[in-house]
Design a protein around this ligand. Structure first.
Ligand code: AKG
Ligand code: FE2
Length: 385
């Protein structure tokens, strides 16, 4: 393993607090230098890592055999893992959903935070969202039991047709897509093995749909559109549930669970058994940063159809998934959109002479057709005017 330093001058003293951004991919350690100064991020436990990392880096000539250095410093894979960059907690907005229903002042403070998070980061976390641990744990548990089934049973749900309401796919992860709203239209197509699959996943799907509608209410308000904007359509909106299992994979492997993409939805809500989501920080030279999973917390991501609605004020967030080196990772993404044929277009209230329409109208149906085409441009790029 070899590394070349872009700058050999480090202006930091050993005692300085700097942030070192290290990414371990393809067995290569990339150090990112900022203003000629090593930047050192706090570990997940909150302890600065400058001693160990600066010892490592200050001992490096321009090009060194890093494995040897790591061995010398006894930097095991376990220790290296905590060096993957994470968003500083102060950068990540956490919305206490229970407070959205308190007095109007409290709501408007939260709506402002949501506006900031959607505009600056493209995602936020939610706590006190009203979905109980029993519901989330049994959804994750049933899904995990489904993935444990022999491949021939899971493959009963495989298809080349991307528009199938239930579709199992196996590649760098196992995943199953389930259309989920209105649930009575689809649930009979879902797997019935394990026997509690429909009940556990169905319950979670219903609760996360309610939560999504609530959050979209606050998001449209944050755009100045009034909290009931879209609401009547969303009740009948298309909700896709995508359950995934990412096999445990060494952190030195180059395999990604899912590569960089944006979601088609208005918003996506992610429930996960363990960390793995990385978000592109466009305020920091498009660096990939992880957003560690925390118990009881869900992640909310801005999707393409919200980018369209907001006329580009909120951008759909680039994200990817990195497998966990210690255990399999199970996640459940809930993607809420308007009903299949209904078009999403920039809100008229956000379009004027200074802010001309920046996106063509598009429906979910068109997105699915787009997926089946071999178009090179991304869906959202193709809609830009
Ligand atoms: O597994 C996850 O946490 C996210 C999955 C995802 O980004 C997707 O299915 O679009
Ligand atoms: Fe995604």
């Amino acid at each position: 393993m070899r590394i070349s330093k872009r700058s050999s001058r480090c202006t930091c003293a050993m005692t300085d607090f700097c942030i070192l951004l290290i990414q371990i991919r393809s067995g290569i350690l990339n150090t990112v230098f900022n203003s000629n100064c090593l930047k050192l991020e706090r570990s997940r436990t909150g302890h600065p890592l400058q001693t160990v990392v600066l010892l490592l880096l200050l001992s490096l000539p321009n090009s060194v055999d890093l494995s040897h250095q790591l061995a010398k410093l006894q930097l095991t894979e376990e220790k290296m893992k905590i060096l993957v960059p994470i968003f500083h907690p102060s950068q990540v907005t956490t919305i206490d959903v229970s407070q959205l229903h308190q007095d109007s002042h409290t709501r408007s403070v939260l709506v402002k935070s949501i506006h900031h998070a959607c505009q600056e980061m493209g995602f936020f976390k939610v706590i006190n969202h009203g979905i109980s641990k029993t519901v989330t744990e049994s959804a994750i548990g049933s899904l995990s039991n489904f993935f444990d089934l022999p491949m021939d049973q899971k493959k009963l749900f495989s298809s080349d047709d991307l528009s199938k309401p239930v579709r199992f796919v196996t590649n760098s992860r196992d995943s199953i897509k389930l259309y989920a709203n209105p649930i009575e239209n689809w649930i009979d197509l879902w797997p019935h093995n394990p026997t509690d699959f429909r009940e556990s996943l169905g319950r979670y799907a219903a609760e996360v749909k309610r939560l999504s509608i609530d959050i979209i209410g606050a998001i449209v308000e944050s755009l100045g559109l009034g909290p009931t904007y879209l609401r009547s359509s969303l009740g009948q909106g298309m909700q896709m549930i995508v359950g995934s299992r990412y096999p445990r994979c060494s952190s030195s492997s180059s395999i990604l669970g899912i590569s960089s993409h944006t979601d088609h939805s208005i918003i996506t809500i992610i429930l996960e058994s363990t960390s793995g989501v990385e978000i592109m920080d466009f305020a920091d030279s498009n660096a990939w940063k992880s957003v560690p999973a925390t118990d009881g917390t869900l992640k909310v991501l801005v999707g393409n159809h919200l980018e369209i609605l907001s006329n580009g004020l909120y951008k759909s967030v680039f994200h990817r998934v990195v497998p966990n080196p210690e255990r399999n990772r199970i996640s459940i993404g809930s993607f809420l959109s308007l009903p299949m044929e209904e078009i999403m277009e920039p809100a008229m209230e956000l379009v004027d002479e200074q802010h001309p329409k920046r996106y063509k109208a598009s429906s979910l149906d068109e997105y699915i057709k787009f997926l089946s085409s071999k178009e090179e441009k991304s869906y959202i790029e193709g809609l830009k005017i």
